[in-house]
Design a protein around this ligand. Structure first.
Ligand SMILES: NC(=O)c1ccc[n+]([C@@H]2O[C@H](COP(=O)([O-])OP(=O)(O)OC[C@H]3O[C@@H](n4cnc5c(N)ncnc54)[C@H](O)[C@@H]3O)[C@@H](O)[C@H]2O)c1
Length: 528
């Protein structure tokens, strides 16, 4: 039996789900493709994800592939009760409501496990960790993990040798983190802060803490709204990247003194603490975008405050002893899910399409995957993105066979085509005015390479020469000749040092031969 809080609001929830599903076209396309096969027939899937409309779409999609779903929320504050009510009418079991106590949160997770899931779709790893702690793990074929923090936890379990089933790191798929963590968080965190506070963003000093995928998206979107953004980092590479992206990079204490709005995006613990709160300006706003509510030290804030009060939905005022007021959004939980609707639909469409393929992959490979963290196979990752491109009507190029081989070989260098040679010749030598060149490109270039040079001079001249390459530099050795070249048989000359000549011995040969020809021939043809 499902348990939700507002069964009477199911109609409103249904409209939200329909709105989302109508726009989740990648997920829809994959469901239509897989539905006839029913790859999840009879399997129980346990889900712990932020329970809003896009998540409902994923749960319904999994049932359309044959699964029976039991679902709870991965965060006590992110459930939308109307959506949960509507979902309870569509899928097998729903146990979630907004504002669960810690005990209710754990109990709802236990109920999902009591339903005996064979597959788990996790967001933050709480359900899987509980499965390990309660002895439910042996019945589980595998899990998929939605977010960075969850993947880190699973990797820690693998390192300690305690992971009991395979996990697909959906978060690490390109089709997920490249769009979801960055663009999804960028838009929705901005949305959450704006909805919660109704404050002007332009002109504010916004401090983004953590410049990973989430932080980059958040910084970019706040800057786009006119905020003056500063970044705080601990990773020197990311700090320099932020600097080169044009942000001011500050230490957290310096940032604490100047910021109007602080957004933690680290996935780390106690990033904003008492020492920061002590120096913050009156009116500073604190928000978190990381997975758990551990980034802003709420306990310290509470202990420092003379009083606290909820002054707007999702805005709690902490009044300090010295009269300063600090405002915490969404209790320090993911602001984009607590105070807004989470990521945009189109972004979650791709993330959940990736989830769907990962779940089907686990089901199809039952018993074949080791108990460790696996990447999503590349072809599945690419399938999501190619489906999205097709839906958007975006065409992209593909590599030619020649380009593919070029990129895969350490020997192979692009053969000169007529245009390449002509371009090179016209820039290389003023003496050879309007040269006419043609070449039959070699299929591969191996050194030493033997070429025959023909000129249009009378009598027709032919020169055979050998191109050698050493340490990236080519030289030409003349083997025989019938022209009036200054080169003697067996003599070698360094070729042009231009990048084009260094990269391509044919180009090198043509420029060296042209420079060396004494008959002033305007036209050259190179043959392998
Ligand atoms: N709000 C959302 O909807 C949403 C979406 C995706 C991911 N997440 C969560 O957001 C968090 C970050 O995810 P990500 O994909 O950007 O991870 P990431 O690993 O790409 O980035 C985290 C960054 O934080 C930095 N960092 C760590 N500790 C720090 C500290 N004390 N001070 C300053 N910087 C610090 C790291 O150096 C790193 O650059 C995770 O908890 C993830 O699960 C949230």
């Amino acid at each position: 039996m499902s348990e939700v809080r507002e069964p009477g609001s199911a109609a409103a929830g249904r409209r939200k789900i329909e709105w989302a599903m109508g726009r989740m076209r990648v997920l829809g396309a994959l469901v239509r493709e897989l539905e006839p096969e029913r790859p999840l027939e009879g399997m129980r899937v346990g889900m712990s994800l932020h329970l809003e409309a896009k998540t409902a779409a994923l749960a319904i999609s999994l049932e359309r592939l044959g699964a029976r779903v039991s679902i709870t929320s991965s965060n006590p504050l992110s459930t939308q009760d109307d959506v949960a009510a509507a979902l309870a009418e569509s899928v097998d079991r729903v146990y979630a409501w907004r504002g669960e106590t810690e005990e209710e949160y754990l109990r709802n997770h236990r109920r999902v496990l009591d339903d005996g899931p064979q597959l788990i779709v996790d967001d933050g790893a709480d359900l899987s960790v509980m499965a390990h702690e309660t002895g439910a793990a042996p019945g589980i074929i595998g899990a998929t993990e939605e977010t960075t923090t969850g993947v880190l936890r699973f990797r820690a379990m693998e390192r300690e040798g305690v992971l009991r089933f395979p996990v697909i790191a959906v978060n690490d798929a390109m089709s997920k983190h490249l769009y979801d963590n960055r663009f999804g968080s960028g838009q929705s965190v901005l949305d959450g802060v704006m909805r919660a506070t109704n404050m002007q963003v332009g002109g504010k000093r916004v401090v983004v803490i953590g410049y990973g995928w989430v932080g980059k998206g958040v910084a970019e979107r706040f800057r786009g709204m006119g905020a003056r953004v500063s970044v705080v980092e601990v990773d020197p590479f990311k700090a320099l990247e932020a600097y080169m992206d044009g942000y001011e990079v500050l230490g957290s204490m310096a940032a604490a003194r100047v910021g109007d709005i602080f957004i933690t995006c680290t996935g780390n613990v106690r990033v904003l603490t008492a020492e920061h709160f002590r120096v913050m300006k009156d009116g500073a706003v604190l928000a978190n975008a990381g997975h758990f509510d551990v980034e802003v030290d709420v306990r310290a804030l509470r202990s420092m405050a003379a009083s606290e009060e909820e002054v707007r939905p999702n805005v709690r005022e902490f009044r300090m002893g010295d009269g300063r007021r600090l405002y915490l959004l969404g209790e320090g939980r993911l602001v984009n899910l607590v105070a807004a609707d989470g990521h945009p639909i189109e972004v979650m469409d791709m993330s959940f399409a990736t989830q769907l393929l990962a779940v089907v992959h686990l089901a199809r490979n039952r018993g074949r995957l080791e108990s460790r963290v696996h990447p999503l196979p590349r072809e599945l990752d690419e399938k999501v993105v190619r489906t999205k491109l097709a839906i958007e009507g975006i065409e992209i190029d593909s590599l030619t066979e020649e380009q593919r081989r070029y990129l895969e070989s350490w020997r192979y260098r692009a053969p000169p085509d007529a245009a390449n040679l002509a371009r090179n010749a016209s820039s290389a030598s003023a003496a050879s005015s309007s040269p006419l060149m043609s070449g039959r490109p070699p299929s591969t270039t191996r050194f030493p390479a033997r070429y025959t040079l023909r000129t249009s001079a009378r009598p027709a001249a032919m020169t055979t020469f050998v191109v050698r390459s050493h340490a990236g530099l080519s030289s030409i050795e003349l083997r025989s000749r019938t022209t009036k070249s200054a080169l003697r048989p067996g003599e070698s000359v360094p070729t042009s040092s231009s990048p084009a000549a260094r990269a391509d011995p044919m180009v090198a040969a043509s420029s060296a031969a042209r420079a060396d020809m004494t008959d002033g021939s305007p036209a050259l043809a190179l043959w392998r």
